[in-house]
Design a protein around this ligand. Structure first.
Ligand SMILES: *Cc1c(COP(=O)(O)O)cnc(C)c1O
Length: 395
């Protein structure tokens, strides 16, 4: 590689470091869980998407092993050539049944599902209207399609209505309104009751990405639409969070739409099939999740206890009820100093700052899981109190 190019790349890295924006990976020595080992130290983990604590569940490990024994290790093919097993078909219909849709289509990740879904369905005569806080994969997916693009301010239903009107006035044939079910940086819910009502007034289609909801929000964990008591046209989601936390994504919706995606969705046509271990364990994850009212109750209880505890200590939280509990710091360097102080106390959190969140709104995003015990949470609260005083985050 040319020295000029490597010098150019090194300069970018230096700039990232100078801005204090460098991300560093922590290496877990062992399975994901509420307590993890990092660099030989036991840490309390408050930053995973392991909402129901299933990431190291022995029943999923057994299911993965047994699917490998019966169906092998890898598929070495895309789905439509020779990469579809009975397991894949069973998971798709099981997932559709769980979500209450006609059918579902698996992808390697929800990032791929969102990258896949727009381009085959919408053309240049159409419009897509997207919430301003939607996940990066939705933004990228929309970029790949030819539809006209509109954006509405986060959860702002008046702005949504304005954008719908503009799209309609512009002569759009079909309009798709797309939102995250839960906004991952804020832990806030999309206003699906109003969004679906307003979309219906304009004859617009609706799509919800439920990555931070499937498995633990709504009755039986069926997600944000089920919780709001509304129907949406398309759902995308992941097996990489509450549903065992391995990997895999999906689009779920009406039969004809899934059939067309099976013909045209590029990440489906040109990327390898999910391995049997993951598919087999995902089937078991759905069974566990459907019966996991106890875990969902524990998760909600943990979230309420954690929010109340932090609030009682004087931290500035974004209001809400979701297990994502953002602790607002404001200043990006202070957020990192605070995260470091917590680390020294044996608590693992992640600081988020610009460009992931707006400037001046740096935060520590904590996340609850059902696997956290009351002792864990009290340990975490004590560490937050000590670190908060030590760094000046708490007055
Ligand atoms: C995590 C996430 C994704 C990506 O899911 P993967 O399966 O990890 O690719 C997409 N959308 C949202 C809203 C997410 O939170």
């Amino acid at each position: 590689m040319s020295q000029a190019f490597l010098t150019y790349v090194a300069a970018i890295l230096k700039a990232i470091e100078a801005e204090g924006m460098m991300k560093h990976e922590r290496s877990l020595e062992g399975p994901q869980g509420a307590r993890v080992m990092v660099g030989g130290r036991p840490m309390l983990n408050l930053c995973s998407n392991n909402y129901l604590g299933l990431a190291d569940d022995p029943r999923l490990i057994t299911a993965a092993k047994s699917a490998m024994d019966s169906h092998g290790y890898g598929m070495a093919s895309v789905r439509f050539i020779c990469g579809t097993q009975d397991l894949h078909k069973t998971l798709e219909s099981r997932l559709a049944e769980f979500l209450g849709t006609d059918d579902a289509l698996l992808f390697a990740a929800c990032f791929d599902a969102n990258g896949a879904v727009f381009e085959p369905l919408l053309g240049e005569q159409d419009a897509v209207i997207s919430d301003s806080l939607n996940h990066a994969s939705i933004i990228d997916g929309i970029r790949l399609c030819k539809a006209r693009r509109f954006r509405f301010a986060n959860n702002d239903m008046e702005d949504l209505q304005r954008q719908l009107q503009t799209a309609r006035d512009g002569g759009a044939r079909f309009i798709l309104v797309v939102t995250d079910g839960v906004f991952s940086m804020d832990g806030s819910f999309a206003n699906l009751a109003d969004l679906t009502r307003i979309a219906a007034e304009y004859g617009a289609l609706t799509m919800v990405d439920d990555c931070h909801a499937t498995g633990f929000i709504g009755p039986k964990g069926r997600g944000t639409a089920a919780q709001a008591g509304v129907k949406v046209d398309l759902m995308t989601g992941t097996f990489g969070k509450a549903l065992g936390g391995a990997l895999g994504g999906y689009v779920a919706g009406p039969q004809a739409v899934i059939d067309l995606l099976r013909q045209r969705a590029r990440p489906y046509l040109f990327s390898n099939a999910l391995p049997p271990a993951v598919v087999g364990a995902a089937l078991t994850a759905l069974d566990l999740v459907e019966r996991a009212d106890d875990l969902r109750a524990q998760l909600a209880k943990n979230a309420a206890y954690w929010r109340a505890g932090l609030k009682g200590l004087g931290f500035n939280l974004l209001p809400g009820s979701h297990p994502i509990v953002p602790v607002m710091i404001g200043d990006a360097p202070l957020a990192q100093i605070f995260a470091k102080a917590l680390d020294a106390q044996g608590v693992m959190v992640s600081a988020f700052f610009f460009p992931v969140v707006p400037r001046g709104q740096a935060r520590i995003r904590t996340q609850m899981t059902a696997a956290l015990t009351r002792e864990d949470l009290d340990f975490g609260l004590a560490a937050f109190a000590a670190s908060g005083r030590e760094t000046g985050v708490l007055a």
